[in-house]
Design a binder for this molecule. Sequence first.
Ligand code: BMP
Length: 452
Amino acid sequence: MENKKDFFLECYQLGIIKFGKFTLKSGIESPFYVDLRPLASDAKILKKLGHYLLQLVSNAQPELICGVPYAALPMATAMALESEIPLIIKRKEAKSYGTKKLIEGIFEKGQSCLVVEDVITSGKSLLETIPEIENEGIKVSEIVVVLDREQGGKELLEEKGYQVRTLFTIREACQILVEAGKITEEEQQRIEDFVKGNAITFEKPKRKSYKEKLAIHSHSKAQKLLQLAMEKESNLIASADVVTTAELLDFAEKVGPHIVALKTHADIITDFDYEKTIVPLLDIAQKHRFLLMEDRKFADIGSTQELQYSYGIHRISSWADLITSQVIGGAKSLDFFLNSGVISIIGMSSEGTLTDANYRAEAIKVAQAHPNVIGGVSQDTLPEDLLLFTPGVNIDIQADGKGQQYNSPEVVFSKLGTDFIIVGRGIYKAEDAEQAALQYKIAGWNAYLENL
Ligand code: BMP
């Protein structure tokens, strides 16, 4: 196949870029106008375009392809024909009759999708399209764009955590046209000046500090946690996934000075005994000033949860400052967690989890409506009135071979706006748990400060 430059010139022959004076949708006057729709009318060019766009796709092949309507629909189709990756179609408006679907085609929740766009300017149409796809439980894994007008849209999407690959930028296009004698250097300069002057600069949204969050989160346990974060300069919750009382107490002693909370799974402690396990643990928690978070993940009806919370050998309600609970039983099932701040499970970090975008949106509504809930566990952003606890944090590894999916502390603070990181094996499997806790504490705190 010919090179990219020759291909661009072929496309140019179809009149896809016009130079002159054009008023854009935004009201801005632009010295050029791009319209890639003519490319669909030349079958050979469309086929080649599909091929070039597929070359931009990363090695991890997406499971679906979707074009942003309308201009990218034929492009996505061309890519689907060559790659045999199934195509899904996004409607501009949902049908008012029949299924009322926004996304048509055959897909399953949890599948990854490549989104195709013709031209990116501000990124607005992609930002409208992506949630509509993700609301169906499909994960937008990457975006390919034919032409970047270089006005900030690509950067905005990247800032939001999407990988964007572009076939041409407007500056590259102009360079090719100058070299081919299609436009003059003056015209090129005019375009360069326009692009520079009209780049949409965006300020990275600043997160609220723990101090500011104190004014939003009135639950006493949330207040305590935020106070501890400020006092200890730590947002680290260490997960003590150990199986004996001796290991648990030893671990708590070692990591105690560096954490705001110790997360336990009381039901994995083989020799659990309230007097020997919980009583000394409470002493250590008091000495090193950290909260106890029992990761029980309640998932039953209210009445059973009430019993599970206060009875049995664990008597969680008597010692856990924080507990985790599924919200699958509905809001009323959370009514009985009166002694602890509830951290609702909004999205799980494990591969293939059923907590897709739809589930998460509904879970958030339950969590927000309940006064016992202080926040949620998720690997996605949460609304500001819920503190975000993110598990699956590791500095060194990306996966554990058992379905866990990891992010670094930097990523969870910059991309998700996490409030507290939950680290298990990164600390308790380290040779020196105390050193590892300190390392995670510093990494988490620095990542928090960098995003203020
Ligand atoms: P690790 O960092 O070793 O992967 O441990 C993560 C801890 O967080 C585990 O105790 C796990 O039960 C918990 N957790 C999680 O990993 N993902 C979730 O979605 C919810 C969790 O509570």
